[in-house]
Design a protein around this ligand. Structure first.
Ligand code: GP9
Ligand code: MN
Length: 689
């Protein structure tokens, strides 16, 4: 034996480099073969970060280990290598099942062995994955049998210097990551982003930090805080609802119109209506349309809108509540509330399921189904995608194959995405010319908005021919602005206003909100309200009493509705005042209020204090997980573990439901698909006909 394996003497410096190299190469292999990090190949910074990011944090730790003496140095290195391998290994397994990275919150909320991982562990651990541990094993044997002998000399200066440089490098990675993806850490977006930019270690440290912050807030929160919140909420309850139960048991479609702003309704460009289908819907005799309805989102954008729409809770002042609290908090959300009333619940979206942590949050909200990108045929074809996901026309058409199988009544949320910055569209999809404001990041908005309108028109057409239209309550909302206030010059051109004030910008935050159903008498409602008010409004129409729940919004159609609309930064709009960007305007005429009468001042102060209170109470609910202490009578939460959004599982479940519930559109059509009733002019789908 001795003859074949000569003893190798290595210095500490070399041994440390070997460990670092192994960690680096293995991480790179795993990045490229197991994960789908969506690297933009034309972005050199992304590629550089992907190559460099496994190094700095590991290098710092390896440098620290180098100060250990004798065998402790060697075993600590091996242990560190093993931990790194193990971290990669568990993430490979988790990723294979969920296309997401493991987090402390997921382990705490679902347990490692549950969340269907336990059941199928044998299927998802592939024997060849164990290659990851080969290096530790080989090194262990070589050291144990003294085939590798590491010198005991530590060059203190060298390791200190290397450690210091690695520390600088880790900050450089963080800095460059933020250059490429601004607000990466404050807004989080998606675990895939964190790993792509900061590496597995960076992701872990961030997760550790976030989790310890969240846990300490949660631990501190006591049931008596809930009492304060409930007292506040009680003053906002609405009574004698004229519309109560008007559309009981109807199917519900919530159509999320990405970045669509109210000013686009009835907007004409080059003499043509930009949104002919939405305009028609807006003025329909069965549509209640709101023209003073505001988005109330902050950094969490779409996720803030979703949080408000389905929980009547505000997003957070920074970051995304769905990302920070969606996995572990308790919610009384629309899907779960409606599930209790016999509804089947589904969210449909053409982006990856991890974005805004939807894959975990939807389980906490009680969604039975989440049809995301990989459920859709040809979802990876370049021509089928624009910006963040599948093009609306293709996405909406292919959604029908799932919608038709949902047992009725159902609650289906359809999240569009094509009208999203940077408003990308293929030339052949462009039906109208772009604006010519000279601001390139704004000019194409009109084209993608028009595309969204066409997609919506095709979808409504399907609802009509399939008979669903009259059986459904259709709710439309714009989630937030598409054109931010940074584009003042372009906004004045678009609105044809030579002098743009902050009052105009406040109005620019209005988004469409419409409710359509056959028993409703349509009109344009000038009530002031926002996204926080949607859920109580919707529940009343469906005959579910919202007063039973802890909601911050109030029914828009009720006489008791509170018309003070809070923005996330403490600004607000009410029928009297528009407080925006530090200025106060008279809402009815847009003039600056310089001096207030005593009564005006009292009413202003009262509104401001209410806004401050509702925002901070809503934050208390989320950060303290206060809903865990709240038990509406008879309302039982579904175990989060019950849900499984794997495609194969969902399809099996849907098929099983057909014969059990016997009332899906598909079943009622004698097990025949209704997809052929759907007509789209999307050229990508032309070959299919
Ligand atoms: C991504 C989509 C976009 O899935 O919902 O979110 P946004 O950037 O609008 O918040
Ligand atoms: Mn959005």
């Amino acid at each position: 034996m001795k003859k074949y394996f000569p003893v190798i003497n290595v210095s500490k410096r070399h041994f440390s480099i070997i460990i670092l190299f192994l960690i680096w190469i293995e991480t790179e292999i795993v990045y490229l073969t197991y994960f789908n990090l969506n690297i933009t190949k034309t972005d050199p910074l992304q590629i550089l970060l992907l190559i460099v990011n496994p190094l700095p944090i590991s290098a710092i730790i390896i440098c620290l280990i180098s100060f250990l003496k004798k065998r402790l140095y060697i075993w600590a290195n091996l242990l560190f290598l093993f931990i790194q391998n193990f971290w990669l290994f568990v993430n490979i397994i988790y990723y294979r099942e969920f296309s997401d990275f493991i987090s402390i919150q997921t382990i705490e909320s679902f347990g490692l062995a549950s969340n269907n991982i336990g059941k199928s562990l044998v299927q998802i651990v592939h024997f060849p994955d164990l290659w990851l541990f080969l290096d530790v094993l080989i090194l262990f044997l070589l050291i144990h049998y003294r085939k590798i002998v590491v010198s005991n000399y530590t060059n203190h200066l060298l390791f200190s210097l290397a450690g210091f440089l690695s520390l600088i490098a880790s900050f450089a990675v963080l800095f460059l990551a933020n250059v490429d993806r601004p607000q990466l850490l404050t807004r989080s977006f998606d675990n895939n982003y964190l790993v792509k930019y900061l590496g597995m270690d960076g992701y872990f440290i961030d997760n550790l930090y976030q989790n310890s912050e969240q846990s300490s807030m949660k631990e501190k929160a006591k049931p008596k805080e809930l009492k304060k919140v409930l007292k506040f909420i009680k003053s906002k309850k609405t009574h004698d609802i004229e519309y109560f139960g008007k559309e009981k048991n109807k199917d519900v479609f919530i159509i999320h119109l990405e970045s669509l702003q109210q000013f686009m309704i009835d907007y004409k460009y080059e003499g043509k209506e930009v949104l002919p289908n939405l305009d028609k819907f807006y003025h329909d005799k069965h549509t209640i349309s709101f023209d003073n309805f505001y988005h109330q989102v902050a950094q969490g954008k779409t996720s803030d809108a979703e949080m408000m729409l389905e929980n009547s809770l505000f997003g957070l002042p920074t970051g995304s509540a769905m990302v920070s609290y969606g996995t572990q908090d308790t919610f009384d959300a629309a899907p779960e509330i409606l599930d209790e009333k016999g509804y089947t619940t589904a969210s449909l979206h053409g982006d990856v399921p991890t974005f805004w942590n939807r894959d975990n949050t939807y389980k906490s909200w009680g969604y039975e189904y989440f049809f995301s990108k990989n459920y859709y045929p040809d979802n990876n074809k370049d021509s089928f995608n624009a910006g963040y996901g599948m093009k609306d026309k293709i996405f909406m058409k292919d959604s029908v194959s799932y919608i038709q199988k949902l047992p009725q009544p159902f609650y289906a949320k359809i999240i569009t995405v094509t009208n999203h910055y940077p408003y990308d569209l293929n030339k052949y999809d462009e039906d109208i010319s772009s604006w010519h404001t000279g601001d390139n990041s704004v000019d194409h908005y009109v084209q993608t908005a028009h595309y969204l309108d066409e997609a919506f028109g095709e979808f409504i057409n399907y609802l009509k021919v399939s008979g669903l239209y009259n059986k459904s309550l259709i709710v439309l909302y714009g989630d937030h602005y598409g054109i931010s206030n940074n584009h003042r010059a372009a906004i004045s051109k678009i609105l044809n206003k030579s002098k743009l004030t902050d009052y105009d910008l406040a109005n620019f935050q209005k988004v469409p909100f419409m409710i359509h159903a056959s028993n409703l008498k349509g009109f344009t409602d000038h009530t002031y309200g926002g996204e926080i008010d949607v859920l109580p409004t919707l529940l009343n129409i469906l005959g579910v009493n919202p007063n039973r729940y802890l909601f911050f919004g109030t029914d828009l159609l009720s006489k008791d509705h509170d018309q003070t609309v809070a923005f996330r930064d403490g600004d607000f709009v009410s029928p009297e005042f528009t407080k925006y960007l530090g200025n106060i305007y008279n809402t009815s005429n847009g003039l600056t209020i310089k001096k207030m009468s005593k009564t005006e001042q009292t009413s202003y102060d009262q509104q401001q204090s209410e806004v401050n209170r509702e925002l901070s109470y809503s934050d208390d609910v989320l950060t303290g997980d206060l809903l865990r202490f709240y038990h509406p009578k008879g309302f039982k939460h579904i175990d989060k573990d019950h849900f499984n959004y794997q495609k194969a599982h969902a399809i099996k479940e849907l098929n099983r439901e057909q014969d059990k519930r016997k009332n899906s559109i598909y079943y009622l059509n004698k097990d025949k698909s209704t997809v052929h009733l759907y007509h789209t002019d999307a050229p990508e789908l032309k070959d299919e006909k």
